[in-house]
Design a protein around this ligand. Structure first.
Ligand code: A3P
Length: 307
């Protein structure tokens, strides 16, 4: 870490260590405002992820699931907000969007159940989130795919502050825990442990399981949020309808996601790359794979968590 810190001031200008996790320095106001000012309501639902774990996908799924009685009846289908808006517009991040410059954003347009997202670590959650009955949905993804996706994303954003950004350099930093919202393993473990201690409050989902058994995982999610699918809905294809609407194939081809931009300036298309499990085989050397697997094995040892 010391050698990274001396690297042309890269670390201190781009990332800031806060309560054991690295946050982009330019997001620190948002992190602090969220932590100090956000007042969770019992009916809130908060999606939590590390970057590139499939946040966009789960934002779409949560939005479609919780609003299904408004939008998914046959006569309302063409008007579904997900066909016109990027999931990040419908389910905003607290610290990256709502609280980014404003300690008291107007949240009055969000009706119950309010749906927000965050990359905050478990230790840094606002007290009101921990103290209220609001629910947390955590989505994680295997570290190798998360890393490859993150490397592509930060390269495409061409963040000037990041300086050189070769795969090898970024990999070294990721392994040392230095990545946006990293250490990756500590972030995942914080929420995994919380999901074991408070299963009624924290649901722990895996990107790979969502891909493998999407209907099963969507029904699990609906049950956790207290809005299970009825027999009628299941018989009439209600589960598949949401999965189809939120699929990579569907969302990535929509005009809004091909050419639109978020208010924060990022192009919507950057959130849709391949959407596959196992793309890391195309990028990581056998040495890199061994190193990452060893860290994961060591970090998760004794926790019961396997990715
Ligand atoms: P890849 O870069 O591996 O393709 P996040 O939303 O947390 O930023 O994560 C982005 C990753 O999720 C990208 O992974 C992206 O392609 C993938 N993704 C986006 N939408 C998806 C969807 N509807 N289904 C599955 N994966 C999706």
């Amino acid at each position: 870490l010391r050698s990274l810190q001396s690297e042309k001031g890269w670390l201190s200008t781009f990332l800031h260590l806060f309560q054991g996790f690295w946050y982009p320095t330019r997001h620190m106001n948002g992190v602090l405002y969220t932590q100090r000012q956000f007042r969770a309501q019992d009916s809130d639902v908060l999606l939590v992820t590390t970057p590139k774990s499939g946040t966009t996908w789960l934002k779409a799924i949560l939005f479609a699931l919780l609003n299904r009685f408004h939008y998914l009846e046959p006569h309302k289908k063409p008007d579904h907000p997900l066909l016109r808006k990027n999931p990040h517009d419908l389910v905003p991040f607290l610290e990256l969007r709502l609280y980014v410059e404003d300690p008291n954003p107007d949240l009055s347009s969000f009706t119950s159940s309010r749906l927000f997202a965050t990359h905050l670590s478990h230790v840094s959650l606002p007290d009101s989130v921990k103290d209220s009955k609001c629910k947390l949905v955590y989505l994680c993804r295997n570290p190798k795919d998360t890393f490859v996706s993150l490397w592509h994303f930060t390269n495409k954003l061409r963040l000037k502050e990041m300086g050189t950004n070769t795969l090898e350099e970024t990999f070294d930093k990721f392994c040392s825990g230095v990545s946006i919202n990293g250490p990756y393993w500590d972030h995942v473990l914080g929420y995994y442990k919380a999901s074991l201690e408070m299963p009624h409050k924290v649901l722990f989902l895996k990107y790979e399981e969502m891909t493998e058994k999407p209907s099963e995982q969507l029904k699990r999610l609906a049950g956790f949020l207290g809005c299970p699918f009825s027999e009628d809905e299941e018989a009439n294809g209600g589960v598949d309808e949401i999965l189809r609407l939120c699929s990579f194939d569907n969302l990535s081809k929509l005009e809004v996601n091909r050419s639109g931009k978020l208010p924060t300036g990022e192009e919507n298309r950057l959130y849709f790359r391949k959407g596959e499990v196992g793309d890391w085989v195309n990028y990581l050397t056998p040495e890199m794979i061994e190193r990452l697997d060893c860290i994961t094995e060591e970090k998760f040892r004794g926790s019961g968590l396997k990715l």
